[in-house]
Write a protein that binds this ligand. Structure first.
Ligand code: TRP
Length: 462
């Protein structure tokens, strides 16, 4: 029993198309915006090391599980989980995993679109020569001017959401697949150019030491929090835990290797994150900027470089344009699960479903962008709406989704089913995967979650 062989929503034309689409989902603001500043907040190397361990030991096995579930179910995550559970005689309540993913998707897309709006604004600034000869303080003032202006943020947020809806509305093959085919290679080339420039104009040695020499003393009493953030970053960056990769897996043909695809996607994603670090931190150190300065990091540091480099106006324009594309190929994957569900269960056309889903995330996004200015006084746990959505999704909802995906693939699905999906070879590779999703991933993620959220401390054990 292998389920239907195609999805009603369409299919990727080749395995490469799937890898590009999933890598397009994975590579995004998480790599170039979120990874460097999060690593900076936890002092660099030690965080990076923990991050790499999370990608290899937890991220790749869970990605394989997520693709596998999607391909076996061939529907939106909600319906896939229900169908697979019922097929095994288990409770249909497993569909709640899909619902949690939809919630996480709305929260992520709402703030993701606001940040992507910053990158849109920066395309125009670069093109208009706003970075010429700018220094650290000037660049910071320029950034604060944008973030403090709610109306401008709203305009860019709206434009980005419309772009996202437009691609998703066009469908799997002519929307999702077509958009990633050239954007991904172009982004990669530009990032390499940026690293070369940063090495020449900045302090590459300091950056490399910062990123690759783990200094655990820097974590101090924040170790539990740092491990949770590294794991959350891995889930976020690999697009795991909410059904985005699951729904992409549902469009994958049966003869494609899931393991090899997952390794390639995760390797690409990690390489891009590290390259982003090597493009940004040399400039940070050469200009005496603060690596732990938070979400504004790339928007403050990179313009300084673009302001000095010959042809920087052009490079800057290109770079932020590609960042928009990277964000775009990710945002479409965040919207896709709910759109697939609306089409399956509500009988909506794809166009209507995309508009409705996009509108919901757009509304939530308004709360996010207001939290940066007008509502900056309102906080919960010391965080405004945008930071709260970011924290709650990456560090709580996605890991929870990941635990459930691993448990389902490791314990609920019979061994024969996963063995069949993963190529039928009962060797070391399959056995290691199964061990990781049955034991290592669920336990490690649970421990990191509880510890990072301070539960052990609250019980007097920490
Ligand atoms: N991975 C993307 C990034 O790094 C963001 C993203 C796309 C995502 N789809 C997702 C995050 C699903 C979590 C879940 O920018």
């Amino acid at each position: 029993m292998t389920g239907t062989t195609v999805s009603i929503h369409g299919m990727w034309s080749t395995r490469l198309a799937f890898i590009l689409a999933a890598a397009g989902s994975a590579v995004g603001l998480g790599n170039i915006w979120r990874f460097p500043y999060t690593a900076g907040e936890y002092g660099g190397g030690a965080f990076v090391l923990i991050y790499l361990l999370c990608v290899a030991g937890i991220g790749i096995p869970i990605m394989m599980a997520e693709v596998l579930l999607g391909r076996r179910g061939r529907q939106s995550p909600i319906n896939t989980m229900r169908a697979l559970a019922e097929r095994e005689g288990k409770t249909p309540a497993w569909s709640l995993l899909g619902w949690m993913g939809i919630l996480a998707g709305f929260l992520i897309l709402s703030f993701y679109s606001v940040i992507a709006g910053w990158t849109l604004a920066y395309v125009l600034r670069a093109a208009g020569g706003a970075f010429a000869g700018i220094d650290g303080a000037g660049s910071k003032a320029l950034f604060d001017g944008l973030v403090g202006d709610g109306e401008r943020l709203l305009a860019w947020h709206t434009i980005f959401m419309v772009l996202t809806v437009m691609v998703v509305a066009r469908g799997v093959a002519s929307g999702l697949e077509r958009s990633v085919r050239w954007m991904m290679p172009a982004l990669f080339v530009l990032l390499v150019v940026m690293v070369v420039y940063a090495a020449w104009a900045g302090d590459l040695g300091a950056a490399a030491r910062y990123l690759f020499a783990p200094d655990f003393a820097r974590l101090q009493d924040k170790a539990g929090e740092a491990v949770l953030s590294a794991m959350g970053q891995a889930f976020f960056s690999l697009s795991l835990g909410m059904g985005a990769i699951m729904v992409y897996g549902s469009y994958l043909r049966r003869d494609a290797s899931i393991a090899r695809s997952a390794v390639m996607i995760a390797a690409t994603d990690t390489l891009v994150a590290l390259l982003a670090g090597l493009a940004i931190f040399p400039i940070v150190f050469a200009h005496g900027l603060e690596p732990g300065s938070g979400p504004g990091l790339i928007f403050v540091t990179l313009p300084i470089a673009f302001g000095e480099i010959p042809g920087g106006g052009l490079f800057g324009t290109l770079f932020f344009t590609l960042l928009v594309f990277a964000a775009w190929t990710s945002s479409i994957s965040i919207l896709e699960p709910v759109v697939a569900w609306l089409v399956e269960n509500r009988g909506f056309t794809r166009v209507r479903a995309s508009i409705l889903g996009g509108a919901g995330a757009w509304l939530l996004g308004i709360a996010c962008l207001l939290s940066l200015n007008l509502w900056s006084g309102y906080t919960l746990f010391g965080k405004g709406v945008l930071d709260l959505f970011d924290y709650l999704t990456a560090n709580v909802l996605l890991p929870l989704g990941g635990i459930l995906i691993a448990v389902f693939a490791g314990w609920v699905l019979p061994r024969s089913a996963t063995l069949d999906e993963l190529g039928g070879q009962d060797g070391v590779a399959y056995r290691s995967w199964r061990f990781l999703v049955r034991y290592v991933a669920p336990m490690a993620v649970t421990l990191v979650l509880l510890n990072g959220l301070g539960l052990f401390k609250a019980m007097g054990l920490g």
